[in-house]
Design a protein around this ligand. Sequence first.
Ligand code: GCO
Length: 458
Amino acid sequence: MQNTRECRFPGNFVWGAATAAYQVEGAAHEDGRGESIWDRFSNTPGKVRNGESGEIACDHYHRYREDVALMRELGLDAYRFSIAWPRILPMGRGAVNEKGLDFYDRLVDELLDSGIEPFVTLYHWDLPQALEDEGGWTNRATADAFAAYTHVVVRRLGDRVRHWITLNEPWVVAWPGYALGVLAPGRDGGEAAALQAIHVQLLAHGKGMEVIRGAAPEAQAGITLNLTPIYPASEAEDDVRSARYTDGRENRWFLDAVFTGHYPDDMLELWREHVPSIEGRDMDTISMPIDFLGINNYSRGVVRADPTGRNKLGLDVRPENAKFTDTGWEVYPDGIFDLLERVRREYGPRRIYITENGAAFPDVRSHDGQVHDPERVQYLEWYTDSIGRALEGGVPLAGYFVWSLLDNFEWAHGYWKRFGITYLEYSTLERVPKASFQWYRSFITRRKAAAKETQRVG
Ligand code: GCO
């Protein structure tokens, strides 16, 4: 039987996997790399589980050839990785460390030699500590430093890299990082700090876009946002209102700024005492056209009104009879469908890539030496099915990146939470493809064969 599902994805759909520098590279003190806020945070007692850090991580810095071989085996079209700013500019600005650039140069060449397209994220949370010491993302000067850093990188790699992502998940940097202090840099400045950190990051994104346009005019560039569809716990008016505010914090604050050049009015009103200082042409810079929107999505949120009325954003509800992953996130594949539909309808991006999607489960190596992870396979089957439905419904979806190629340093969780389709034996750094790796490999092969067949018949 010809399964119609197999035909959904066009032949040029990009199948990929993603990682981030601090989570996989290791080699924290090698070849002139400077200190990042994640080195500092990890080395601060009590911040990361078991005092772990990205000092060695997966040692991708030295083993990237082996990792690219895994990607070849998977049949990947693309690899999304990030560049460590402190490898390129150890003090955040000024002197360039050529050895840092050399590493990414080798990685890009290795990928291209293997027929794998590099998707490069310029900032995935590892700010040079020297810039944090001057105020980090709450200081507007950091946006200019980012533009200068972008210029250095694009000048070196722009002849070969055709896809650039300015920032990864400014929401996470701002809220857990600057408001709550649970991720680096560990500041607990509340709403005001978060909103200022978002504004400066979005400014950096816009300035970075300008630099990329100038230095690599043929390249495609965009930003990656973590977006979470928010559902009210009931139809009751106050639940719906709370869900709308939570949606404002999670999604609209970013989407409205990037696509319309305005922060949403209801949120500006709600946060009137904390709004950031917006100067001159900031919002034009922030909303300059992007070629694609990167979306990271893992789950959904369900919200009910706070009975005391104090918290306008309401309270999180843990749905009953639902499935959860090892990070406590609900498995809700319809969520990514709803999200994609909504983004298409309300914001009309030219193109969308799912730049991250995946799940953590407490994987173990079993007596046969293998890692059986049926829950992850199930998760990926469901989520890819949902995005296929969205694509058929007209969402301009161009690719999908599974998070992650490898188990890696999961931030404040340390190495405890495993998101990889490849298992990392941390004591030996051995890579063990999980069952989900084999699943993804055959999934990609089947999709490609089906697309070819459609083309031939069509
Ligand atoms: C993210 C982070 C990843 C995480 C993943 C799982 O962009 O949220 O990019 O680094 O590891 O999301 O939490």
